[in-house]
Ligand binder design. Structure first.
Ligand code: NDP
Ligand code: HSE
Length: 460
């Protein structure tokens, strides 16, 4: 073959290849979904209902071709016609035709294996699984980078609010100073119902479960674990640190009573369950606990299943992101947004994509996470004190010996213990370590019944 003929043949081959690639890029993107519960069904519905708008945005149609579930006979909240159903999720991550795997099973065991297998097979992954990202994200992102695929997780934090994209991209010019979020819909729903209607904790929790807001194990919601997962992710993308779930201080809302909700109201506050992360000179505060926040603060008015995240950046100042934090369609909104983003990046160079954790993987910082004992705060404390002379004097003596000054001390309603009353104290700012010592000593007084309850006051 002459040189000219060989060049012509090469040119024809390139044209055929390019036509095939172009053709492939006009075909719908094939998606396999793992899990068809609340979020899985919502995702199928949103993809179906908004198909044209989504295609116009992504440049290609997105088709769900396969779904994995446990019970094939169970009635579903979405149309499964034209979708191949399987009880073997590995058959989907190993299916060569599928371009993107959407993990909506939850948990950290099988979900981790499935996601790593999908990545190893060169598939992009979308997940709503905050537990998976908080515990195994460092490993998963390293594998994704190695295999040149995207792992997108917008739905993992604050349901339908595009908070990951906002911090990772919209605030990329800022040094983030702190963020505070109401990021568990179930807890916020419970606290709101207690505050507005005086309803019972257990009854409202069961309602939140029926509405599909709660985790498979609802103790993850009410004990703060779910917020800790989400805060781990937010702190990582805000401060450029690795995911460090084990270093988050976590407290849930189980000990909050109707009385505390009502005393907070009387003192000009609302009780909200917050995830809070802040840069300090000594390191980064990462804490999850119920908080008193001023009724003047916008976050105090975020009610029901709604979530909100307040972020302070040095250039922009404060920005607030608000929306539905759980539920089928709001969460599906974020899952589908990730799918559109993945489809848009299918043809981009994998080295030049937005980094998974906002900062370049080799530029993450080793700033330490502070222990809760090193944190300083204003505190609300409530105790049941025997209703007789001298008991309060002993309490105030302990506080004064530890240099804890008080903003207010109030004797409230009669307590459950005979001859005891509820006493409420608001302190000035004090190191947590000193307050712990004070609480230990107050609980040991003979005139004090049961444990002292403490809620941190957060000034935003
Ligand atoms: P659900 O419990 O409603 O759904 C889980 C689905 O996974 C079910 O369809 C179940 O099948 C399927 N599944 C479980 N194990 C297997 C398995 N081994 N093989 C195949 N299928 C399996 O959970 P959600 O939709 O509420 O949550 C999914 C994920 O999204 C979780 O990570 C959750 O934390 C997260 N998330 C949830 C939100 C919400 O509002 N619910 C909001 C934001 C994130 P079957 O139906 O047959 O039992
Ligand atoms: N159980 C979670 C919540 C779901 O109540 O916020 C959304 O992540």
């Amino acid at each position: 073959m002459t040189k000219i003929a060989a060049e012509a043949q090469q040119q024809t081959h390139k044209q055929t290849q390019s036509a095939q690639t172009k053709d492939k890029h006009l075909q719908p993107v094939k998606v396999g979904i793992l899990g068809l519960g609340t979020v899985g069904s919502g995702t199928v519905n949103v993809l179906h209902n908004n198909r044209d708008e989504i295609t116009r945005r992504a440049g290609r149609a997105i088709d769900v071709t396969h779904v994995a579930l446990r019970d094939i006979k169970k009635k579903r909240d979405c149309n499964t016609q034209n979708i191949e159903l399987s009880t073997d999720p590995f058959s989907i991550v190993n299916q060569p035709d599928i371009d993107v795997v959407v993990e909506l099973i939850g948990g950290t065991d099988i979900a981790r294996e499935l996601v790593l297998q999908a990545i190893a097979n060169g598939k992009h992954v979308v997940t709503a699984n905050k537990a998976l990202i908080a515990h195994h994200g460092n490993e998963i992102f390293a594998q994704a980078q190695k295999h040149g695929v995207v792992v997108a997780f917008e739905a993992a934090v604050a349901g339908g609010i595009p908070i990951i994209k906002s911090i990772r991209e919209g605030l990329a010019g800022n040094r983030i100073e702190w963020l505070a979020g109401i990021i568990n819909g179930t807890c916020n729903y419970i606290l709101t119902q207690m505050q507005q209607y005086g309803r019972d904790f257990a009854e409202v929790l069961s309602e939140a479960q029926k509405l599909g807001y709660a985790e498979a194990d609802p103790s993850f919601d009410i004990d703060g674990v779910d917020v800790a997962h989400k805060l781990t992710i937010l702190a990582s993308i805000a401060f450029g640190i690795p995911l460090q779930y084990n270093k988050v201080y976590v407290e849930g809302i189980r000990n909050i009573t109707q009385l505390d909700v009502s005393y907070a109201e009387q003192l000009g506050y609302r009780i909200k369950h917050l995830g809070f992360a802040r840069r300090q000179a000594q390191g980064i505060e990462l804490r999850v606990h119920p908080c008193f926040i001023s009724q003047q603060c916008l976050l105090a008015h975020v009610d029901g299943v709604m979530n909100a995240v307040l972020v302070e950046g040095d250039a922009v100042g404060q920005t607030l992101y608000y929306g539905a934090g759980a539920g089928a369609n709001p969460t599906a909104s974020s899952v589908v947004a990730d799918l559109v983003e993945v489809v848009r990046t299918l043809t981009t160079d994998s080295e030049n994509r937005v980094p998974h954790l906002a900062f370049q993987a080799d530029a993450l910082s080793t700033t330490p996470i502070m222990s809760i004992e090193a944190v300083e705060s204003v505190y609300y404390i409530r105790m049941q004190a025997r209703d007789e002379a001298g008991v309060l004097a002993e309490v105030t003596q302990i506080l004064s010996e530890l240099n804890i000054s008080m903003e207010a001390i109030l004797q409230k309603d009669r307590a459950e213990h005979a001859n005891h009353v509820h006493v409420v104290i608001l302190t000035h700012k004090v190191p947590e370590k000193h307050l712990n010592t004070a609480i230990e000593r107050i609980e040991a007084l003979p005139g004090i019944a049961e444990n002292v309850l403490r809620v941190r006051v957060v000034d935003l």
